[in-house]
Design a protein around this ligand. Structure first.
Ligand code: ADP
Length: 293
């Protein structure tokens, strides 16, 4: 159904009362190590929903790589194109403050070594997919190669423009949809605005369709025919980490199964809402039986 070309990271999380100033040391909580990375999160989320999912990515030859491989395999993701680079797996160094606020440093590690050759090696897997999706935690040349390979094989291209970075116009023009949250949309458009207007402005910037996620307020979808706002189910939010990744994964899976964009987005808001009801990213991802109405 879906091939994810993207990042594979270990999330190293420490709780702190406050962050150290330069030259200072503070004590934090015990370290928690979780499987993460936007690419791996999306692959796990789509697989847990019952999708046939493959990942194109790179891990290091360290313990974090083994952790990530185990998490992906446990969800049933095809690992034939998860390559191993000598050296460290990507990590996100995360401190969580007393209000639940995150500060994050990402060290890309093996993710930075993903190349167009890795994408070429996965040609057959990409050609067999209905949807190929990427985020921007891996190098742009690999993403460009994947977008071209997907388009020439007739697969639908979905780009989650996160974290924000300039994207070549050629890649943007293939996106169907481009998926962003409100901050990313404002970055692309040079400022915030009313969500439906922003979605139409995004469309004019090149993609075939656009989706803006609005957290608890749901999502706006826009294509050449229509613009619509779809509400999120009301749930008690415990931890929103990885909600956007769960949303995008579910959207890709339903598009792969033939849903129209608004129908796929409606389903994906239920998956995003389910993911905020539990702590963590991958640990919070639902099976089809766990979804709110
Ligand atoms: P990101 O995590 O990328 O910033 P959002 O916060 O927009 O993205 O969340 C992505 C999706 O997750 C939303 O469109 C929605 O479906 C779901 N979601 C996020 N926060 C909530 C919430 N508090 N209540 C219900 N659904 C939520």
């Amino acid at each position: 159904d879906v091939v994810v070309v993207g990042s594979v990271n270990a999330d190293l999380v420490v709780g702190v009362d406050r962050r150290p100033a330069p030259g200072e040391t503070v004590l934090g909580s015990d370290l928690a190590t979780h499987p993460g990375g936007k690419g791996a999160n999306q692959a796990v989320a789509a697989a847990r929903l019952g999708g046939r999912v493959g990942i194109v990515g790179r891990i290091g030859d360290d313990g974090h790589g083994a952790l990530l491989r185990g998490a992906l395999a446990g969800a049933g993701v095809d690992l034939a194109h998860l390559a191993v680079t000598p050296g460290p797996t990507g990590v996100a160094l995360i401190t969580v403050g007393p209000d639940g606020d995150n500060s994050i440093i990402v060290s890309p590690g093996a993710n930075a070594r993903l190349t167009p050759d890795d994408v070429a090696a996965a040609r057959d897997m990409i050609a067999a997919a209905a949807v190929v999706t990427f985020q921007l935690e891996v190098p742009m040349p690999a993403i460009e190669a994947a977008a071209r390979a997907a388009a020439s094989a007739g697969a639908r291209v979905v780009l989650n423009l996160s974290p924000t970075a300039p994207v070549p116009a050629e890649v943007l023009a293939l996106c169907d949809p481009l998926v962003v949250n409100e901050h990313e949309a404002a970055w692309l458009l040079g400022g915030p605005g009313e969500p439906e207007r922003m979605a139409r402005a995004l469309l004019r910037s090149g993609p075939r369709s656009a989706v803006i996620t609005l957290g608890a307020d749901g999502v706006v979808v826009a294509d050449a025919e229509a613009t619509a706002t779809i509400p999120s189910p009301k749930v008690e939010a415990v931890d929103t980490t990885g909600a956007g990744d769960a949303f995008t994964a579910a959207l890709c899976l339903r598009l792969a199964r033939g849903d129209a964009l608004p129908d796929a987005a409606r389903y994906a808001t239920r998956v995003g809402a389910a993911a905020v009801r539990k702590p963590g990213a991958q640990t919070s991802y639902p099976t089809p039986g766990d979804l709110p109405d």
